[in-house]
Design a protein around this ligand. Structure first.
Ligand code: ADP
Ligand code: MG
Length: 322
């Protein structure tokens, strides 16, 4: 969409789905083969890492905004091929942050990634509003229900005042009977809607983006459509990294050697007698096992072979290819 690459996901009311949309939209954009970074700018209530089952082991955005680390130090590989910049979760590191440093951080990310998504906190504090002004466009998120819609109308006024540009509206948690908010739709572009769907909340609890856990769901289709619109790129059956690597789902699903762990496909090479074209997995991997990171860039990903229940393996694999 017209050269915009840095988007802030914002809302008037909390709990409407900003973080859910940030995480899954990032995966959908990465599936279209773009380098995507996501930044947890909910500094006081950081939780974006949890959507990916990632636990930051070192620097976070808190450390960066305290002037104690570079943005490169706070980047983590997340399932789906997304680069995650998490915030810290302890109050003392939050107290040391200086939001003004964001003015230098966002341009750095802009030059390193094709798309950058900023997950913001709710409300209109200085800290929440600052990222909106640094973005190319705001993806305004609401539910169809009244308190959220009223807060969204107020947020639009605020965005006008700070000259932030609104790319469009995403209405989350719609039900078949939901009426979309006319007063909002009259003034804003509707980028898309996401249905109320319990698998979205379950995937969140499990730390797997829903469009990885449920690639065939209506919600995944909707979020992919938004990714297509924002990037002006079309999804094809070749777009998923597994399919792009030439891996055939039936062959894989029949293999005892295949396991899935946290968004990565683990394959025990010794059990395979098919001629498959794997990405280069040389490096720190244990002998005999290859890891296909869904990003197609598996360098940083190491996982232990999981011997857990794999009864749903075939279904999972074929869903990855659909
Ligand atoms: P925000 O970031 O705006 O505070 P979240 O993304 O954290 O909102 O979403 C709030 C809660 O609602 C989370 O527990 C999430 O799993 C759940 N949720 C979000 N969207 C949906 C949906 N479409 N259907 C069901 N649950 C959802
Ligand atoms: Mg959030």
């Amino acid at each position: 969409m017209s050269g915009q690459t840095v988007y802030a996901i914002a809302s008037g009311k909390g709990g409407v789905g900003k973080t859910t949309i940030t995480a899954n939209l990032a995966v959908a954009i990465a599936e279209l083969d773009y380098d995507v970074a996501i930044v947890d700018l909910d500094l006081g209530m950081a939780n974006l890492a949890g959507w990916f089952g990632v636990t930051p082991s070192g620097s976070t955005l808190h450390t960066v905004l305290a002037g104690n680390a570079s943005i490169a130090d706070a980047q983590y590989d997340a399932p789906g091929g997304v680069t995650l910049i998490p915030s810290g979760t302890d109050v003392s590191s939050y107290a040391d942050t200086d939001i003004e440093r964001l003015d230098a951080v966002i341009p750095e990310l802009r030059s390193s990634f094709e798309y950058v998504l900023l997950d913001t906190g709710a409300g209109i504090s200085h800290e929440t509003v600052r990222p909106l002004g640094l973005s190319d466009g705001v993806l305004l998120t609401t539910t169809p229900r009244e308190p959220a819609v009223d807060n969204t109308l107020a947020t639009i006024e605020l965005l006008d005042r700070i000259d932030a540009s609104i790319t469009g509206l995403i209405v989350n948690r719609t039900r078949p009977e939901s009426a979309l908010p006319d007063d909002l739709l009259a003034a804003q572009t509707l980028l898309g809607t996401l249905p109320e769907d319990s698998t979205i909340a379950t995937a969140h609890e499990q730390g797997v983006p829903f469009n990885i856990a449920h690639p065939d769901s209506a919600a995944t289709e909707r979020i992919r459509a938004i990714a297509e619109e924002l990037t002006d790129t079309t999804y094809t059956s070749e777009t998923t990294p597994l399919a792009a690597a030439g891996l055939d789902p039936d062959t894989l699903a029949a293999m005892d050697a295949v396991d899935i762990d946290d968004g990565a496909l683990l394959i025990d090479l010794e059990d395979i007698d098919a001629d498959l074209d794997f990405p280069d997995t040389s490096g720190s991997r244990p002998a005999g096992e290859t890891v296909l990171d869904l990003s197609g860039e598996s360098d940083e990903t190491t996982r232990d072979q999981d011997s857990g229940d794999d009864s749903d393996r075939g279904g999972f694999l074929s869903r990855l290819f659909s």
